[in-house]
Ligand binder design. Sequence first.
Ligand code: FMN
Length: 182
Amino acid sequence: MTILHIDSSISGENSASRRLTRSIVGQVKSAAGGEIVYRDLAADPLPHLTLDAFADTAVLDEFLAADTVVVGAPMYNFTLPTQLKAWIDRLAVAGRTFRYTDNGPEGLVKNKRVIVALARGGFYGVGSPAAALEHLETYLRGIFNFIGVEPEFVAADGLAIGPEQREQSISEALGETLRLAA
Ligand SMILES: Cc1cc2nc3c(=O)[nH]c(=O)nc-3n(C[C@H](O)[C@H](O)[C@H](O)COP(=O)(O)O)c2cc1C
C-alpha cells in the first residue's frame, strides 16, 4: 500500500489545503497502513511541460505506483495553481493513462483512489453567483475521469470571507476527512 501525498499551496503553514491533506493522509494511513511518498510542488516545483520533460516519466510512474493519491488543491484565480497543472501535465499521457478508441477516449488508470482537498476563498455552489467561475473542482474531476479515476473531494470554502468563516469551514472539512477514511 503506497499513499502519494501531493501539496501545491504557496502559503506554507497557513495553508488550509495542507491541513486537509495532512489529515486525510493520516486517516488513510491509520486505516490501511503503508508507505507515504510526499511531493511538495510549491517547495520543489516541476518545470512547465516541454517535449524533453514529456519524455521523463518519473512523475507518471510515481502516480501509477500509488494505491491512494491525496492532492491538495487551492483555488488560485478560479482554477488550479500552475504548480499543480505542471504535475497533471505529466499524468495525461496517451497509451499510459488514456487512449482513443472507436468509441471515444478511454481511461486506463484502474484501481486507484484519488482524494482531492479543495481550498477556496469564495463559495461556488450550484446556483451561486460565482458558480460559472469554478474551474478547479470541475477541471480536476474532468481530467481524473478522463484517465479513468473517479476522484473524491473534501472542500473548505469561503476561506477569504473572514476568520470565523475560515475556521468553521476548515473544521467542517477536517470532520469530512474522518468519513473518508472509513
Ligand atoms: C494567488 C491567490 C489567488 C487566489 N484566487 C482565488 C480565486 O480566484 N477565487 C477564490 O475563491 N479564492 C482565491 N484565493 C483564495 C484561496 O483560494 C484561499 O486562500 C485558499 O485558502 C487557498 O488554499 P491554501 O490555504 O491551501 O493556500 C486566492 C489566493 C491566492 C493566494
